[in-house]
Write a protein that binds this ligand. Structure first.
Ligand code: NAP
Length: 516
């Protein structure tokens, strides 16, 4: 069994016993162990701040972009190995593994290209601003990299993309990174770091890895540090509330859970391309990564008059999903990632079903291909509730697996908005319609409650990436229960890692200083 080390203060280090054990979710077999016990997190954060920080700040955006490009290339060279490891350690089909691994390198490469188009080491921000009757006294704004370390704590479902998407923004902005994947699926991130450290492309102190518990790391944060967290709302709340984090005024970004919704408009008939797209994207979000996507559609709002047809179409789609060993060709959905995840999903299904009825599946494994129920399998499960106000926990409980609910509504935009927004803030919602008025009413009604809105219509049916795919061009994050965070969105993603500072003084001097 492999022992995973952490890469801290410029060297690989192993924690002391007792260790945590990591499992292959397809078989339950133990595949690795790790520990961070006894590791010096104070030294690790200092090394990143004192060694990695100055190196990055001395580089131009274009040079930082070139670093990201070299990292993406080094990882891409080992693509097949990484995909296989993603399958073994995370229960991912090859398609799911690509979604995570290529999502990581693709996002790095996208930010590398963005970096190559930028000048200087920091940003001027907006125009010069007159401040008095004397035109020689003016003000301006700049955005400069913060002098701390960017601590990234990630969820179990994206050990590659979670690392890559956060690191891309931080490194391009000029901050060194300490990344901590969830312990249960850290095998993949660990291997990626081995590749990066062996490749020699990353300067000392720029990237560090914590494999295992965060220990006392967050007791060592300082005022220039930033903390970006992705995971459950409970852990996010705990981290935000930590005394050191609050006392030091550490900037915190939280990406938490979300009850993402899809709304079928009343105008789409079953033969329309918009309707077919709706069915395809609902099914994709159920099966992709076995529903363990923060952006996956959980609640499906269907006009009452279309309910019977949608129920039949989805049931047919779910019935055709082949569940089993993700390494076996033809298998479309693997297991959930851990035994505790399996337990949570089963409990969540029971809580939802207590207020509705099963349309398909029941949270059990169902028929498996090439696997036994020693693995952590949940078959596609669809539960129908009788209305927006009669679904018990349907708007509150995120069941993080291949589980969706159907919620009938009266077909009006107003009712759709009322139902979806009961989720108290989400990462993404989608509306499927060819009716411009309906689309506009739902989108504008839902915009305050979401970070992203996806409009699926017949004319884009062949081009849609779906609501579940997070793209570097658009922001990711959402208000309320989704954590109130914001990541990516092109250059916007760098803001979190930079300080915006106003500078006032003599015009030619200020002008000279703020020109990057
Ligand atoms: P989690 O249990 O909250 O863990 C998330 C991360 O926090 C892990 O790395 C975990 O490390 C770490 N952690 C736990 N306790 C900590 C503490 N006291 N101090 C510092 N770090 C701590 O969440 P999860 O089960 O991995 O992820 C599932 C959840 O993430 C779902 O609710 C999903 O919706 C959400 N998610 C959101 C997004 C998004 O972008 N909004 C993306 C993916 C997932 P250990 O593993 O070592 O405990």
């Amino acid at each position: 069994m492999e022992t995973l080390g952490s890469f801290l203060a410029g060297r690989w280090q192993a924690g002391a016993a007792p260790t945590s054990t990591l499992h292959d979710p397809t078989t339950g077999e133990a595949i690795a162990e790790t520990s961070t016990r006894g590791l010096d997190f104070g030294e690790a954060l200092r090394h990143a701040r004192d060694v990695g920080g100055p190196t990055l700040r001395a580089m131009t955006f274009a040079e930082r972009g070139a670093l990201l490009s070299a990292m993406a290339s080094a990882l891409h060279e080992h693509r097949d190995e990484l995909l296989a490891l993603s399958t073994r350690s995370g229960g991912n089909t090859r398609g799911d593994a690509k979604f995570d691994v290529d999502g990581c390198t693709g996002t790095m490469a996208w930010y590398a290209k963005l970096g190559s188009s930028l000048e200087g080491r920091f940003f001027g921000d907006g125009d010069l601003v007159p401040l008095s009757r004397n035109p020689r006294f003016i003000g301006a704004h700049v955005k400069v990299p913060r002098h701390g370390v960017a601590i990234h704590i990630n969820a179990f479902n994206f050990p590659a993309w979670g690392f890559g998407e956060k690191a891309a923004c931080a490194l391009l902005a000029g901050m060194p990174v300490v990344t901590k994947p969830a312990t249960s699926t850290a095998v993949l991130t660990h291997r990626m770091f081995r590749i990066l450290t062996d490749s020699g492309v990353v300067p000392d102190g720029v990237l560090s890895l914590v494999c295992g518990s965060a220990g006392d790391m967050l007791q060592h944060v300082e005022a220039q540090d930033v903390l970006a967290f992705t995971g459950s709302a409970d852990t996010g709340m705990f981290i935000r509330g930590l005394e050191t984090v609050r006392r030091m005024g550490v900037r915190v970004n939280v990406e938490a859970d979300s009850l993402n919704a899809a709304v079928l408009g009343p105008d789409l008939d079953p033969d329309s391309e918009g309707y077919q797209l709706f069915v395809r994207e609902v099914l994709k979000d159920l099966t992709q990564k076995a529903g363990q996507k923060c952006t996956a559609i959980r609640r499906i709002f269907v006009p009452r008059e279309s309910l019977e047809g949608v129920r039949d179409d989805l049931r047919r789609g779910y019935a055709g999903v082949r569940v089993g060993d993700p390494a076996v060709k033809g298998v479309q959905m693997g297991p959930v990632a851990t035994a505790s995840q399996l337990k949570d999903v089963r409990e969540g299904v029971a809580a939802l079903a207590a207020h509705g009825r099963f349309v398909h599946g029941d949270g059990g494994p169902g028929e498996l291909v090439g696997a036994t129920d020693e693995g952590y399998f949940v078959g596609p499960t669809l539960i129908e509730v009788s209305g927006i106000d009669e679904g018990g926990p349907v708007h509150d409980l995120e069941v993080f697996g291949p589980v969706q609910t159907i919620v009938p509504y009266d077909g009006s935009a107003e009712e759709a908005v009322r139902g979806v927004s009961r989720g108290q803030g989400g990462l993404v919602a989608s509306v499927y319609t060819d009716d411009k008025r309906f689309a506009a009413d739902v989108v504008m009604g839902l915009a305050p409650f979401h970070g992203r809105l996806h409009i699926g219509s017949s004319k884009i049916a062949d081009h849609s990436t779906g609501p579940g795919t997070v793209l570097p061009q658009l922001i990711h994050g959402g208000p309320g229960r989704a954590g109130g965070g914001e990541e990516l969105g092109g250059l916007r993603g760098l803001d979190f890692y930079m300080q915006r500072t106003a500078i006032q003084g003599l015009k030619p001097l200020v002008q000279r200083i703020v020109t990057p």
